[in-house]
Ligand binder design. Structure first.
Ligand SMILES: Nc1nc2c(ncn2[C@@H]2O[C@@H]3COP(=O)(O)O[C@H]4[C@@H](O)[C@H](n5cnc6c(=O)[nH]c(N)nc65)O[C@@H]4COP(=O)(O)O[C@H]3[C@H]2O)c(=O)[nH]1
Length: 703
């Protein structure tokens, strides 16, 4: 506690005085001022009291009966007591005073007539000084601790720190910074700025110098990454950040910075960049980088009104080589082809592997078609030279399609597509030749050919993805199932809708392998969710007509076995037309599927020509009302009537019913009133990737 003048007027004072009446007199005076006091008459009693009580100040009579003042002070220090003390002595002896202060006394008072008047001031001042000392001590301790913590954190994070005193040009490096520079066991040198510049990779020195000057001139923070050669000769990459501090006149005084070893991170970034942009087999740019380079070439050509030639090369009958000699030989052949092609292109051109046995060459800024023709002829000639693979001589040819910017396309996509189309024409013309794209080509036929050829490769290139659209019980509000919907991410054409490629997949028979992939992926995903402890829900998978005819039950059984998915959660969606085609033959297959435990539903119900009489012969569990009826159900009386009939009919046949394509609350309310309990549509959620579908399943859908 302090009085109005700021004097400390509380605390426990131990008075050591062999003259007991005098000791009590002193205690009484100090008590009047608010202190607590305890009086002892010997040094030994004082030491015992000190050891067991909190004491803020000691008033020590220098001449004790049992020991000298000097011996008492030594004993006090020995027992670890740091209580401040004021010495009271009968003599006014300045030598003694100095000696006492040297021994640690805070003050010195003479036992004379004015003592009792002076004592409260001396006590208060001593307590105040002691409190200040204690605060200082704590602050120093905290500072030391925080410095230690910072040093530890810097050591763990491998962050070095530095300071450059701009006025004296002195440089300070932290121990961690020396350690980054390789001076771990060795003595660090006397650092100077010039010495530091010599540690930097010479190619980077210039910009580091410039960056430091710029930071000082502009006052902006420094943020630079550069290479350093450590004292063991190893090259590392470091990132340095610094900021300027100013003196009281506002002049730059200090540049304070950190330095971090980012070698591992930089290498990982370079590796990721390489993996994302280069083909691992041949080391050539991949499609990703090809797109970037073509874009750059277009921009450059546009600037000078020049042209760009895009050559799309496909090896003829490469598949046969692969099958005959195996994949290892196939890979070796592709690497050799890449090496040969590399020789044919200039530094400014780009040679990329577009996937499989396809390569693309960008001839940037070409003058005319003759230049492109001679490049293409050179390529064909170099490919037709014999290859020796695994001690076998092989002969290969290639077909090349050419598209030219700007005549055949103004952007990356159309140029690649047209070069691809022209390549198909070259293949048609008995291979081993090149063709320029011509807009007279039957584009529709060609486009189909391109689509078909890339569809053939889509599975092996992992270009398919399943999205999942939730099916919701509108009474309870919970997700009761998902419909798996297929997407094709074409590398050039972007995402292609299933409505566009499923018919083609059907015609070409590719739907069998694609459909199997869909079934396997959907079952595997649903099993992953179940294994993760999520509530089991239905997984609905679309089937196409062609799949329906090909031993579907065996395929489904094999996939269920492989994935371990319980068939009672699998629903197979068939369209009306599939069902009604060879209706009687289908019944057997449908029965085999339901015997396995799967359920069946009719998709897009209402759009086909289902015979109601027949419907009841099929082991169907669910009807899905087509979204074309749902769309206008609130406005079109006919659609409303159809929707109502379908719902009633489903119930009569003891079937479940799901409305598809619900986009608005009004549609939901109306269909719910008609007795439709399960719905699906954008109103609840669009089809989403697996991770988002999982979130919907965990958190539910609010509507
Ligand atoms: N306007 C509107 N549309 C909605 C709404 N809710 C859902 N849809 C869309 O409606 C389609 C429902 O699938 P579907 O009738 O089986 O129709 C499917 C199905 O017949 C076929 N399909 C999709 N995936 C596969 C598959 O894996 N195999 C087979 N064979 N066919 C598939 O492609 C069709 C189209 O599929 P998607 O483009 O994914 O289109 C999906 C879905 O995105 C909505 O509220 N409004």
């Amino acid at each position: 506690m302090a009085d109005s003048d700021g004097h400390i007027t509380s605390g426990m004072i131990l008075i050591v005085e062999d003259n007991i009446p005098f000791g009590e007199l002193v205690a009484g005076t100090l008590r009047e001022d608010g202190y607590q006091c305890h009086t002892v008459s010997t040094g030994a009693a004082a030491l015992i009291w000190l050891a067991s009580h909190p004491v803020n100040l000691l008033l020590l009579d220098y001449t004790l009966v049992d020991m000298t003042g000097e011996a008492f002070i030594a004993a006090m220090a020995e027992q670890g007591s740091q209580v401040p003390f004021v010495v009271v002595t009968g003599r006014d002896d300045s030598n003694l005073a100095v000696q006492m202060i040297k021994q640690g006394a805070s003050d010195f008072v003479v036992k004379d007539t004015a003592l009792l008047d002076r004592l409260p001031v001396v006590v208060s001042r001593t307590l105040q000084e002691a409190a200040t000392m204690q605060r200082l001590c704590h602050a120093e301790q905290a500072l030391r601790q925080s410095e230690l913590r910072l040093a530890r954190a810097q050591r763990i994070a491998r962050i070095g720190s530095w300071e450059w005193d701009l006025q004296s040009n002195g440089l300070y490096f932290s121990p961690e910074l020396f350690s980054i520079l390789g001076y771990d066991g060795t003595a660090p040198p006397d650092v100077s700025l010039e010495w530091f510049y010599r540690q930097i990779n010479p190619s980077d020195t210039c910009f580091v110098r410039k960056a430091l000057s710029a930071a000082i001139e502009s006052g902006r923070n420094l943020n630079q990454t550069f290479r350093i050669v450590t004292c063991s000769g190893e090259e590392i990459v470091v990132a340095s950040q610094a900021e300027l501090e100013y003196d009281s006149d506002g002049r730059p005084e200090l540049l304070v910075g950190t330095l971090l070893d980012v070698t591992d991170r930089t290498r990982a970034e370079q590796e990721i960049h390489h993996l994302a942009n280069y083909d691992t087999l041949t080391g050539l740019p991949n499609r990703n980088l090809l797109h970037d380079r073509l874009q750059q070439a277009i921009v450059q050509a546009a600037r000078v009104q020049g042209s760009v030639g895009v050559l799309f090369l496909d090896l003829d009958r490469f598949k046969g080589v692969n099958e005959l000699l195996g994949h290892r030989a196939g890979d070796q052949l592709l690497r050799t082809v890449a090496e040969r092609l590399r020789v044919c292109v200039r530094e400014s051109d780009t040679l990329a592997r577009a996937g499989g046995d396809e390569f693309v060459i960008i001839l940037s800024v070409v003058s005319d078609e003759d230049g492109i023709s001679s490049a293409a002829s050179k390529i064909l000639a170099i490919i037709s030279e014999p290859f020796v693979i695994e001690e076998r001589e092989l002969y290969l040819t290639a077909s090349i399609g050419v598209a030219v910017y700007p005549t055949d396309g103004a952007d990356v996509q159309s140029l690649l597509k047209h070069a691809d189309l022209a390549m198909y024409q070259a293949k048609d013309m008995d291979r081993n030749n090149f063709q320029f794209f011509s807009s007279d080509l039957n584009v529709k036929v060609m486009e189909r050919m391109v689509l078909e050829s890339s569809l053939r490769r889509a599975l092996e290139r992992d270009e398919f993805q399943l999205l999942y659209q939730p099916q919701v019980d509108v009474i309870t509000g919970s997700v009761v199932g998902f419909e798996a919907l297929l997407r094709w991410h074409h590398p050039d054409l972007g995402t292609i809708s299933p409505e566009k490629f499923i018919p083609l997949a059907e015609e070409t028979g590719l739907i069998l392998s694609i459909g199997e992939w869909v079934l396997r992926t959907a079952c595997r995903q649903a099993k992953i969710w179940q294994d993760a402890g999520l509530r089991p829900v239905r997984m609905a998978v679309n089937l196409s007509g062609r799949q329906f005819r090909m031993k579907l039950d065996e395929i489904v059984a094999a996939i269920l076995l492989e994935t371990g998915f319980d068939p009672r959660w699998l629903e197979l969606e068939l369209t009306e037309s599939i069902l009604m085609r060879n209706a009687s033959d289908n019944i057997e297959l449908l029965q085999a599927l339901t015997a396995m435990g799967c359920s069946l539903s009719i998709d897009d119900f209402g759009t086909g020509y289902s015979s109601l009489a027949y419907l009841k012969h099929f082991p169907l569990e669910r009807l899905k009302i087509d979204r074309s009826f749902v769309r206008d159900v609130t406005t079109n009386p006919d659609d409303r009537a159809i929707a109502k009939i379908i719902i009633d009919m489903a119930h009569t046949l003891k079937m479940e019913v799901t409305a598809e394509g619900v986009e608005e609350r009004e549609q939901l309310e109306l269909l719910k009133r008609y007795g439709c309990r399960e719905m699906q549509g954008f109103f609840f959620s669009r089809p989403v990737p697996a991770a988002s579908a999982e979130k919907l399943l965990r958190k539910g859908i609010t509507f």
